[in-house]
Design a binder for this molecule. Structure first.
Ligand code: ADP
Ligand code: ADP
Ligand code: MG
Length: 499
């Protein structure tokens, strides 16, 4: 290198060369962009916090509690998932967030870590963080994850089990020994609407809405009004809000842009895409009876449990359950008509591997993280693309692979093309003829969500088998009844346990 060249390339050079600080800044920006592109992190907003590449940065840069660091390590989490890489720094900087990342990609930790880090340690100030979930099952799961993640710090993390009990516990006369509340909307609303309110949310500093597009749905079955009441009850001037979901809805985005302060949006990968870790298949079964044949065929060929089977209504869940109990597989059913005790037992047994095939409604479509579900069967075609994404997202989680089979009949033709293109975009083959089907207009799509297809009852087990089962049930009920009466006659006023 000549002396002149050496001089020209020294950083102090003024001329037409870039000044050092700017160059450093440009290189940094390029690096960050490259990192984001590599992990498919798309981000919008101003003053964007940099993503983090490792969990160690939490301790080094953000001074996160060493116990949390230990708990992350003990759980076996080695590197952050893309949503964690970006959402955690955003929330640690106290920025409001709308986040969208695929099913099973670690969103719970993405909000769990910054919320716990922000609260630092237990304080007797009342609830300082609130997490809203659409179902009790999901609230329970999130609660458990937060407890695990904060082990050793002593945070008091609560779930509302019985509203009446909670009213006493959290009411105005209670001491304020709480830190975090995880809840479904209605129970919380019940407490807020007491006079005086039986719960105080005025100290909440982080409000997280998980499955935000679900909770934003309006109408009779939606939670939008309830959510509004909850937002209004969090009156602290320092409250920050974050929304998380695997599916993106424009009305949620609109709302966030209008109501959140200097919001940052983060999406991972293509918005509203089906998980690429799931091998997906569409199976034409002709008619409703064809579905049961196909189901029995799958059972006969052998399958690897655990399997989740989705149907569109509680009634159909019950019907399918009655068909499948004769198949010699460990099958059970979960839906909102069962008692909470039954729901808890079923979830517990399924997690423990005692149930191989679990029939369920949309109740289980959102957020539930059963370890290692091998297959999802859509016995009834989903009523929307969003529903499809969440249902099949119960498998192929945390980097594992899974399989999803979706039955369809002639009647399911209207939505077939939307679902087929989701499947295709996830890299799985679909029958070529579906491309030629007409696309539904959004008005028709909305109609289908509100009022799913009417289907014939699920019923094919031979008449004599059903009669036999009925008789068996009658006999066993009679035996039970007699035994109970005997016991009542003999027992010395023993108190029976509840339920
Ligand atoms: P999502 O809410 O995005 O659907 P979850 O938060 O339920 O996903 O996480 C899915 C699974 O991934 C859980 O079993 C969780 O323990 C696991 N997980 C979360 N973060 C990581 C990580 N950084 N590395 C490995 N596994 C993780
Ligand atoms: P709780 O029933 O615990 O008082 P909520 O009524 O707020 O609490 O809602 C949670 C329960 O309501 C869920 O467990 C589910 O059974 C049912 N539920 C009502 N509407 C929906 C919906 N749109 N999506 C999913 N679950 C719903
Ligand atoms: Mg989740």
């Amino acid at each position: 290198m000549s002396a002149l060249e050496g001089k020209l390339s020294t950083p102090k050079n003024q001329g037409n060369k870039e000044p050092t600080a700017e160059k450093v800044e440009r290189v940094r920006r390029e690096k960050v962009n490259h990192f984001r592109n590599k992990h498919k992190i798309y981000i919008q907003g101003t003053d964007l916090p940099e993503p983090m590449a490792t969990f160690e940065q939490l301790g080094e840069e953000y001074k996160v509690h060493p116990k949390i660091m230990q708990n992350i390590e003990a759980a076996g989490f080695q590197t952050p998932t893309p949503i964690q890489m970006q959402a955690i720094p955003v929330m640690l900087h106290g920025r409001e967030l709308l986040a969208c990342a695929p099913t099973g990609s670690g969103k719970t930790l993405a909000f769990g870590i910054p919320v716990l880090a922000h609260l630092k340690q237990p304080m007797n100030k009342g609830f300082r963080a609130l997490i809203i979930s659409p179902t009790r099952e999901l609230a329970g799961q999130t609660h458990r994850e937060l407890v695990k993640l904060s082990e050793g710090i002593g945070f008091r993390i609560h779930m509302i089990h019985k509203a009446a009990e909670a009213a006493k516990k959290f009411g105005p006369k209670s001491s304020q020994k709480f830190d975090i509340l995880v809840s479904t909307p209605n129970r919380l609303i019940y407490l807020l609407k007491q006079d005086p309110p039986a719960i105080d949310l005025t100290r909440v500093e982080w409000l997280v809405v998980d499955e935000s597009d679900k909770l934003f749905e309006d109408g009779k079955t939606g939670f939008r009004d309830q959510l509004a009441t909850i937002f209004l009850a969090c009156t602290s001037h320092v409250v920050k809000r974050a929304m998380f979901s695997a599916t993106f809805a424009h009305d949620v985005e609109q709302w966030c842009k209008l109501n959140l302060d200097n919001i940052i949006s983060v999406s991972i990968g293509a918005r509203n895409a089906a998980a690429e870790t799931v091998e997906q298949e569409l199976l034409f079964v002709g008619s409703e009876t064809g579905k049961l044949l196909a189901m029995r065929d799958l059972v006969k060929k052998g399958f690897t449990p655990p399997v989740l089977v989705f149907v569109q209504s509680i009634e159909r869940a019950k019907e399918l359950f009655h068909e499948l109990i004769y198949e010699g597989i460990n099958v059970d059913v979960i839906h909102a008509d069962r008692t909470q005790q039954q729901r808890d037992n079923v979830v517990h047994s399924f997690r423990a591997g005692k149930i191989w095939v679990l029939i369920c409604t949309a109740l289980l479509a959102r957020g539930i993280d059963f370890k290692g579900v091998k297959m999802v069967i859509n016995f009834d075609f989903p009523s929307s693309a969003v529903e499809y994404i969440h249902r099949i997202g119960r498998t192929g989680r945390a980097g594992l692979t899974g399989k999803a089979i979706t039955f369809f009949t002639e009647d399911d033709k209207p939505l077939l093309r939307s679902i087929a293109s989701l499947i295709q975009r996830a890299g799985c083959p679909v029958p070529g003829y579906i491309k030629h089907f007409r696309k539904l207009q959004s008005k028709q799509k909305k109609k289908l969500i509100k009022k799913p297809l009417e289907r014939e009852h699920i019923l094919t087990s031979p008449q004599f088998l059903r009669a036999k089962a009925k008789k068996k049930k009658r006999i066993s009920q009679k035996v039970k009844k007699n035994a109970k009466e005997d016991k009542a006659n003999n027992s010395q006023a023993q108190t029976a346990p509840e339920n």
